[in-house]
Design a protein. Structure first.
Length: 245
């Protein structure tokens, strides 16, 4: 039997075979998790480097590192919560406007949808028919208008609690890494620097799994940025420490 003979006839409801998959780019946890871990690692390593550069004792470095961890984690979580909550509230307000328009000006909204599809290349008559059929279901029409006009999914708005929790947890994990050698008894910056460097490169390489960049490019980029921040604060700490300020 040939491939043409074995293929299901058109209009029988057979589903098209899918040959690829897309990664989730809309999750409300991914961005705050990535930024939280990166920020925690870079900022706390830079903070520790600055304190160590001023020839502070191990206890002072540990205290500064843990304080930076706690303050940064809460700050990141609060910032993410406010940011995502404000974004969601704005989206919900715009969705409410669109819902009212669909109730009070249904024909105008249908014509608007037809114009959108016509602008995308459909014939005017076909665009009008597509818009008419899609507009028969109010809830489905709202989702389509929100996607087409606002670029959002009314049923999949990011959660501020998920964003805040992810940001808090991953910032704390990233910030803990450079403090860990001191907690285990280290008295110099080198063990923390080595562990932080491994963490920076690994975190950058891990991010490449959800981007188009290669693992080594992302890893080296994150390592250089974090290393530059730590070197800068170490220099400030050494300058202030040796000057007796």
């Amino acid at each position: 039997m040939s491939a043409a003979e074995g293929a299901p006839p058109a209009g029988t409801g057979a589903q098209a075979e899918i040959h690829h998959q897309h990664r989730d780019v809309t999750g409300g946890w991914l961005r705050p998790s990535v930024f939280g871990a990166m920020d925690g690692l870079v900022s706390n390593f830079a903070l520790i480097a600055g304190i160590a550069g001023g020839h502070a004792s191990r206890n002072v470095v540990v205290l500064a590192g843990l304080a930076g961890l706690a303050a940064g984690a809460f700050s990141m979580a609060a910032g993410e919560y406010i940011s995502v909550a404000s974004q969601s509230e704005l989206a919900e307000a715009e969705i409410a406007v669109e819902r009212d328009e669909l109730i009070n000006n249904a024909k105008a909204e249908e014509a608007e949808l037809a114009q959108l599809y016509e602008a995308r290349g459909l014939d005017a008559s076909l665009a009008a028919e597509v818009a008419r059929q899609l507009s028969r279901d109010p809830s489905g029409a709202l989702e389509i208008h929100a996607r087409e006009e606002l670029g959002i999914d009314p049923d999949n708005l990011p959660s501020p609690f998920v964003a805040a929790g992810s940001s808090f947890l991953f910032f704390a994990l990233g910030a803990l890494l450079p403090v860990l050698p001191y907690l285990l008894g280290a008295t110099s910056l080198w063990p923390a620097g080595i562990l932080a460097a491994i963490g920076l490169f690994s975190a950058g390489a891990l991010v490449s799994r959800v981007t188009a960049r290669s693992w080594w490019f992302s890893g080296l980029r994150q390592l250089m940025l974090g290393g530059a921040a730590a070197a800068f604060t170490f220099g400030i700490g050494a300058l202030i420490g040796t000057s007796g300020l």
